[in-house]
Design a protein around this ligand. Structure first.
Ligand code: CUA
Length: 323
C-alpha cells in the first residue's frame, strides 16, 4: 500500500481490503472444498456408479442469493466512495491544471504558477480543474488515492484534502508518448502558515482572473460583451457562471466551465436567447492556459462586483466566487 495521506484514502483502502478479503476467503473455501471432495469422494473401484442427484431449489436459491448480496455490498460501498470522490465540494481551492507532452502546469487562484510541483496546504480541500494541450494524460496521486484523465477539449475535475504534510509523488497514468514515464512530479503538502509564506514568496504573478481580463480586452471581447462584461451586442457575463441560460429554441444550459469553453471556441453551438450568431470562434487564438484564464475572469464576474472594476490590481480571486 502506498502511504495514506488524504481524507479519502482510508475509505478506498477499507473497500480494497474488503474486496481482497472476500476474494481470499472464497478462493480458499472453494479451493479447499474441491480438494476435500476430490479426495473424499474419489472413485474407489471401476464398477462404482454414483447415485443420481436431483436438483434442490432451496440450495440453489441459497447459493444465488448470498453471492448477490455480497456483489451488491461491493456495488453500494464502491458507489458511495465514488460519489464522494467525484463530487467536488463547493468551498475548495481551485487549481488549474494543464497537461502537455511531457509536463504538468499548475496555476493557483492567486496566480502562482508551478511546473511538475503543486504546493497545497494541509487540511484544505483542493479541486483540480484539468485539461490538456495535446493528447490524453492522467493525474494520479497514489497517496491520495485519486486518479482522473485529462482530455483534450474538455475540463475534468477531481479533489482531495491532504491530511499530513509531506511530499507525495504523482504520475501521469495514461500512456502519452515517449516521455510518458517521466511525466510526473510532487505534491508538496505544507502547514497552512508555511503555505501562506510560500504563496506570498511567489506573489509576483497575475491571478488567472486578472490575466483573463487582459485576454478579454486584447481579444476584443469587450466590444460586444461590454468593458466589464455588462453586455451589449453580446449577452451580459455578470453573474453568468453557474446560472441557467435560456438558449434560442427554448432549451436551457448550465453556464459551467464546459459551457464557457464551448461558447468561446464554438460560439454557434449554443446561442443565448435573443442574440444572433455573430460571435466569431476563438479556436486557435487562445491556448488552453489562456482559455482557463478567460474562464476564470468570467467566473470572477459572478461575485458581487465592486472592487473588480478598478483596473490594475488583480480582481477578486475565483476562490471567492463559489456559490
Ligand atoms: Cu502524460 Cu502519460
Amino acid at each position: 500500500m502506498p502511504e495514506s495521506a488524504s481524507t479519502l484514502s482510508g475509505d478506498v483502502d477499507a473497500l480494497y481490503f474488503y474486496l481482497s478479503g472476500v476474494t481470499v476467503f472464497f478462493t480458499l473455501l472453494i479451493g479447499g472444498a474441491i480438494i476435500f471432495f476430490v479426495i473424499r469422494y474419489r472413485r474407489r473401484n471401476v464398477s462404482e456408479i454414483p447415485r443420481p442427484i436431483e436438483g434442490s431449489t432451496k440450495l440453489e436459491t441459497f447459493w444465488s442469493v448470498i453471492p448477490l448480496l455480497i456483489a451488491m455490498s461491493f456495488f453500494f460501498w464502491g458507489a458511495s466512495v465514488f460519489y464522494r470522490q467525484y463530487r467536488p465540494p463547493a468551498n475548495a481551492i481551485e487549481v488549474y491544471v494543464v497537461g502537455k507532452q511531457w509536463m504538468w502546469k499548475f496555476q493557483h487562484p492567486t496566480g502562482q504558477r508551478e511546473i511538475n510541483e503543486l504546493h497545497v496546504p494541509v487540511g484544505r480541500k483542493v479541486k483540480l480543474i484539468m485539461t490538456t494541450e495535446d493528447v490524453i494524460h492522467d493525474v494520479f496521486v497514489p497517496a491520495f488515492r485519486i486518479k482522473a484523465d485529462v482530455v483534450p477539449g474538455k475540463y475534468t475535475t477531481q479533489w482531495f484534502e491532504a491530511t499530513k504534510p509531506g511530499r507525495y509523488h504523482f504520475f501521469c497514468a495514461e500512456y502519452c508518448g515517449m516521455n510518458h514515464s517521466g511525466m510526473g512530479g510532487w505534491v508538496v503538502v505544507m502547514e497552512p502558515t508555511e503555505f501562506e509564506n510560500w504563496l506570498s514568496g511567489n506573489a509576483n504573478q497575475m491571478s488567472p482572473a486578472a490575466a483573463g481580463q487582459q485576454m478579454f480586452e486584447s481579444l476584443g471581447c469587450a466590444s460586444c460583451h461590454g468593458a466589464n462584461g455588462e453586455g451589449g451586442r453580446g449577452p451580459s457575463l455578470l453573474g453568468l457562471f453557474n446560472s441557467n441560460v435560456t438558449l434560442n429554441g427554448g432549451q436551457t444550459a448550465k453556464a459551467d466551465e464546459a459551457y464557457l469553453r464551448e461558447s468561446i471556441l464554438n460560439p454557434q453551438a449554443k446561442i443565448v436567447n435573443g442574440f444572433g450568431p455573430i460571435m466569431p470562434s476563438f479556436q486557435g487564438q487562445v491556448n488552453e492556459e489562456q482559455l482557463l484564464q478567460v474562464v476564470a475572469y468570467i467566473k470572477s464576474l459572478s461575485t458581487v462586483r465592486t472592487e473588480t472594476q478598478t483596473a490594475k490590481p488583480p480582481p477578486a480571486t475565483p476562490r471567492a466566487t463559489t456559490k
